[in-house]
Write a protein that binds this ligand. Sequence first.
Ligand code: 5AD
Ligand code: SF4
Length: 464
Amino acid sequence: MPVTVSDEQLQSQFTYIDAIASMVGGKQLRAYTHTFGCQQNEADTERIRGMLRQMGYEMTNDVNEADFILFNTCAVREHAEDRAFGNIGSLTHLKKRRPEVIIALCGCMAQQEKNVEKIKKSYPQVSLLFGTHALWRFPSLLYRVLSGEKRVFDIGGEDDIAEGLPVLRAAGPKAWLSIMYGCNNFCTYCIVPYVRGRERSRRPEEIEKELRELVEAGYKEITLLGQNVNSYGKDLGLDLDFAGLLRRLNAVPGDFWLRFMTSHPKDASPRLFDAMAACDKVAKQLHLPFQSGSDEILRRMNRRYTAADYRALIADARAKMPDITLSSDIIVGFPGETEADFEQTLKLVHDVQFDLLFTFLYSPRTGTPAASYEENATPQEKQNRFERLLKAQDEIVARRQAAYQGKTLRLLIDGTAKGPDYPFTARTEGNLLVCVRGEGITIGSFIQATIEKTSLRCLFAQKK
Ligand code: 5AD
Ligand code: SF4
C-alpha cells in the first residue's frame, strides 16, 4: 500500500506557507521557474508554483527580475543535466549583483549523489536543493532559507504520496493529472527508478475528484500521468486496473478528452484497448515506447517483451481503433547494438508507420546496469544510424500528414500561432498539431475544421 503524507505533516507545510506569506507580504516578490524533462516534472513544477503563489509570490517569465529562481531538473540523459548546469552557471553574475536572490534546484538531478556533490562544491549560488521525494516539504525548506540558513539541502524522503497541495497550472485548456509516481521496471539504461522511487498509485477517488474539479474549471484535455500507467493500481490491493480506471473516469460528465502517458508494452493489453475503444472521452491516441526492434537488445534493456509481442499489440489496437494515432520512443546506439539490430528497429518503424517518434541517442547513466555494458559502435556509426532513422520517419510522417488533406476533423483550440495566416493552434483527437483560421475561434473550444494543406510538423485547417 502506498503511504500518504499525513494531514498533520501537510498542515505544517501550510503553516509555513502562511509564515512565508507574512514575511513576503507587500514586498511584491517574484518567482521564476524553469522545467527540464518530462510531463511529470511539469506537473511537479505546477505544484511548486501553486505553493509559491499562496506564499504571495508573483510569477515572472524574466529570470532577471526574479527574487526566487527554481530549476526543476531531469536526469534521464546527460544532455539534460548539462543544460541544467549551464543554466545555473549562467546565473553567477546575477547572484553577485543581487545576493538576496534565492536560486533553488529540485527534481531528478537533486536525487543523485554525484550531482548533489557537484552543486555543493562548484555551484555556491544554489542555496536550496530538494529531491523529488521532498517536494511537498518545499514550504518548510524555503522558510529555512528565508530565515537566514545559508544552504538547505534535502534529498531524503520516502516513496509517499502528498494529496491536497495547491497547484498553479499553465494557461490554456490542457491539464496534467498524475495518477501514479515512480517506476518498478528497471530498464537497464534508465535512471528513473533510482530517482523517482517505486511505483505508487493515487487512490481512484482522489484522481476522480481532481478530474471533476478540472472539468468544472473548464479544462478540455486532461492527460493522466505516470511512468508506466499500465501498472496502475497493482499496489493498491483494489479490484481496479488502468483499464478500469479509464472506464471510471470516462463516466465523469462533461465534454473533454482524456489522454494518458506513458504506457509500457509489457503491461499494455487487449483489456486496455477494449477500454479505450469503449470510452468516448478517451482520445484514440497511444504513446507506446518500443525502444528497439531487436529482441536481443530488448533483452539486454530488460524490457520483457519481443518485437513480435509489440507488433501484436499494435495490430490489436488498430483492429479495435482503426484511426488511432501512434507514437513511440526509440533509443539508438544502446551498448552492443549492431547494424543488424538497428535494421530491426528500422523495419519495425517501417512496418508500424508511426505518426510521431521520439528518438534518442543512448546516454550512459551512472548507477544503471547498462552504464557498464561494453560499447561497440563508434559515435559516428551511432550518429549515422540516428540520422537514417530520422530520415525514414520523416518520409513516413510526410505521407501520413498528406493523407489528412481535405478531411474534416474535430479540433481543440489550445493557443495562438506565430504566423498571421493561421492565427490559432489546435490539436486533433490524435494529438496532431494543427494551425487554424476562421471566424469566431476561441481558445479552449472544440470546433470542426477542414484540412487545407499539410506539412511535416503541422496540419493547416479552416474552421467550418
Ligand atoms: N539514454 C537515452 N535515452 C533514454 N531514455 C531513457 N533513458 C535513456 C538513456 N539512458 C529515453 C527512453 C524513454 C524516454 C523517456 O527517454 O526512450 O522512453
Ligand atoms: Fe525508465 Fe523503463 Fe521505467 Fe520507463 S519503464 S521510466 S524507461 S525504467
